[in-house]
Ligand binder design. Structure first.
Ligand code: UDX
Ligand code: UDX
Length: 456
């Protein structure tokens, strides 16, 4: 074994990324540590802590060969040559910058742990998404006090999307590595490049300075989310003018300068990153006195909230201005298909608003019900959970599609319609079903950004 890689944080990013490195680089020993013992046990079992297509095979192929999971952070640090830090950096919920800035307490704690347990030189790689210039703070902590060990800090943000993590890791659009232009910085960059070069062509491995790399991660997420907010803003206009947002998206997406991806109008974007990273960007801009820039990006998040609220308003208005006492089946709780993750899922805000309107909810989802139960734990008595969509829809006045699970397209909607209260409503927050067919079955169908199909 030539070198040992450590990753601190066995979450959505750290776990799959390290599994892929272990699989592609059999000459490296890859050790993943976490403070959460349950999570570590799950990584060692057949029930992985996260659901990701293809992940299980990758982990299985190298577990206990050159991929190891443990809670022994101190030993991990001591033995490592390269340390990836992938602890979570959520939005701060307290004090200065609450609701906006990144909470860097875990990050800083980890930096101090690395300093305390290091006996030899290390390359420290920022994998978590961080405010620009965090590497500077990290270097200060690592090099404070007595300087016996040299730490070279690199930025290597992760662009994988959930649900396609393995595909994205196997074949990324690019790998970004930011480092200092000193001799030791260049050497560290070359070392990290050589790891990824085991399976990724050299042209796709981009090297920049540290600050560009840190900012590019925030910028990429902000641009992606901005496209969704842009098309969602137009979906509201489409609903008023009988333009069809899918046709508009297609028409503009065929312009090669715009491109077709990330133009699906929806009830809103979710996920652990978009909102958090944009607010982080907004906070940074305000910190540097760039008020107009901050306001510009903040609007992307506001538009998303508007879209979620608009969806609920549409539901209430079309169901004769009241949902009180009505059973509503929520199809999907995950923030997108092929994941059990519900962080910032639009379903949360939509469900809470419907509960406030005294609707009685039944949530169904193939992978996310455990998380959904946690997210709505304070709503006991007002919401139930059922893995079976047919049962969930029984007796319901309406279905609200929140996640574009492919299994929903294959459901027998005639059977579902027959079991529902009439008139039966279907609100497709993902435009993922065959609306004409549903209409013919008898449903009153409300898509996003398209004329409703109503029998009423
Ligand atoms: C990652 C990045 O770290 C985050 O900055 C980025 O924006 C999204 O992706 P993610 O992997 O999704 O976060 O977070 P999570 O699944 O919560 O995993 C973080 C792990 O770090 C958890 O398992 C947590 O237990 C662990 N952790 C946290 C530590 O091991 N030590 C700590 O001090 C704090
Ligand atoms: C995102 C980035 O894509 C990824 O590069 C980064 O590393 C982490 O954040 P992720 O949050 O996993 O990944 O999911 P993504 O596929 O980007 O979707 C985010 C949200 O946008 C989902 O709720 C999705 O349903 C929604 N979305 C996406 C739309 O509403 N319309 C679209 O056209 C695309």
């Amino acid at each position: 074994m030539s070198k040992t890689i450590l990753c601190i944080g066995a979450g959505y990013v750290g776990g799959p990324t390290m599994a892929m490195i272990a699989r592609k680089c059999p000459g490296y020993r890859v050790h993943v540590v976490d403070i959460d013992a349950d999570r570590i046990r799950a990584w060692q079992s057949d029930q992985l802590p996260i659901y990701e297509p293809g992940l299980h095979e990758v982990v299985k192929s190298c577990l206990n060969r050159n991929l190891f999971f443990s809670t022994d952070i101190a030993r991990g640090i001591e033995e490592a040559d390269i340390i990836f830090v992938s602890v979570n950096t959520p939005t701060k919920t307290f004090g200065q910058g609450a609701g906006m800035a990144a909470d860097l307490q875990y990050w800083e704690k980890t930096a101090r742990q690395i300093k305390q347990h290091s006996r030899s030189d290390k390359i420290v790689v920022e994998k978590s998404t961080l405010p620009v210039r965090t590497a500077e703070a990290m270097e200060r902590i690592l090099h404070s006090g007595e300087r016996t060990v040299h730490f070279e800090v690199l930025s290597n943000p992760e662009f994988l999307a959930e649900g396609t993590a393995i595909k994205d890791l196997e074949n990324p659009d690019r790998v970004l590595i930011g480092g200092h232009s000193t001799d030791s910085g260049r050497r560290a960059v070359a070392e990290l490049v050589s790891i990824y070069a085991h399976w990724i062509s050299r042209e796709r491995i981009l090297t920049t300075n540290v600050w560009s790399s840190e900012l590019s991660k925030l910028a990429a997420n902000a641009f992606l989310a901005q496209r969704i907010s842009s098309i969602n803003s137009l979906s509201a206009l489409c609903e008023r003018t009988e333009a069809d947002v899918t046709e508009v998206a297609r028409a503009i997406g065929m312009d090669s300068r715009i491109g077709p991806k990330f133009l699906n109008a929806s009830v809103g974007f979710g996920g652990s990153c978009f909102k958090k990273d944009i607010l982080n960007l907004v906070y940074l801009c305000r910190h540097y006195g760039l008020t107009e820039v901050a306001d510009y990006w903040e609007q992307v998040v506001r538009m998303n909230e508007y879209q979620e609220d608009r969806f609920v308003r549409q539901m209430i208005a079309s169901m004769f201005n009241t949902v009180a006492g009505k059973r509503i089946a929520v199809f999907g709780f995950a923030f997108k298909a092929d994941t059990g993750d519900t962080r910032e899922s639009p379903a949360i805000r939509v469900c809470r608003s419907l509960i406030e309107e005294r609707a009685s909810l039944v949530v169904t989802d193939p992978e996310a019900l455990d998380n959904a139960r946690r997210d709505l734990a304070d709503c006991a008595g007002k919401v139930t959970f059922d893995k079976d969509p047919y049962r969930a829809a029984e007796g319901a006045h309406a279905i609200a599609v929140m996640t574009d699970w492919s299994e929903y397209k294959k459901l027998d909607f005639q059977k579902i319609y027959d079991s529902m209260s009439k008139p039966a409503f279907l609100f497709d927050g993902r435009n993922c079903l065959d609306h004409q067919r549903l209409f013919q079955t008898g449903f009153n169908v409300y898509p996003i950004g398209r004329k409703p199909l109503s029998h009423l």
